[in-house]
Design a protein around this ligand. Structure first.
Ligand SMILES: [Zn+2]
Length: 172
């Protein structure tokens, strides 16, 4: 396993089109292992493949951040099937290091996806897990935190981004 560099906002790969995962081979297993390792080290609750520069519809989620292997979730080609309720939640992103904003998310959702072996799976989630999954699926659609914001809120967020860049807190 190795830690890969996480791309920060501004890198075009974060907003590029992500191709479906079609080949479930050893190379994919290595990528997934690296994504978990990279997420744990960051630390973060999840990671999407485009964040490590791989434009595939693939994400990892681990709310335990490496403490409990039963909580490791691999989502290949995830799709939201159903959502219910809305909740405003504070959210950060490893591609916007140090920044947080509030975003409207579904309270509960059902998704379909494929696991690391390509087998279909269906998952119901609520709370933090639902939020993390939504966040990662957004990445696979090239949708970033900033794309959820409008008007003055967006302007202020982008000002904070510019400040982060200037102070060198963002290494990339
Ligand atoms: Zn993110």
């Amino acid at each position: 396993m190795s830690v890969r560099p996480i791309l920060v906002y501004g890198d075009p790969r974060l907003e590029a089109v992500n191709a479906p995962v079609e080949i479930f081979d050893q190379e994919l297993e290595v990528l997934v292992d690296d994504m978990f390792e990279t997420g744990w080290r960051a630390p973060g609750l999840g990671l999407a493949a485009p964040q490590v520069g791989v434009n595939l519809r693939l994400a990892t989620v681990d709310l335990s951040v490496g403490k409990d292997s039963d909580q490791k979730i691999v989502l290949a080609n995830p799709e939201i099937i159903e959502t219910s309720g809305k909740i405003s939640l504070e959210e950060g992103c490893l591609s916007f290091p140090g920044l947080f904003t509030t975003i409207l998310r579904p309270r509960e959702l059902v998704i379909s996806a494929q696991d690391l072996a390509g087998a279909p799976l269906e998952l119901e989630a609520s709370g933090l897990l639902a939020q993390a999954i939504c966040h990662e699926i957004d990445h696979l659609d090239g949708r970033l935190l900033v794309n959820h914001l409008r008007g003055i809120k967006k302007k202020m967020f982008l000002r904070r981004v510019a400040k982060m860049r200037k102070t060198g807190v963002w290494s990339a």
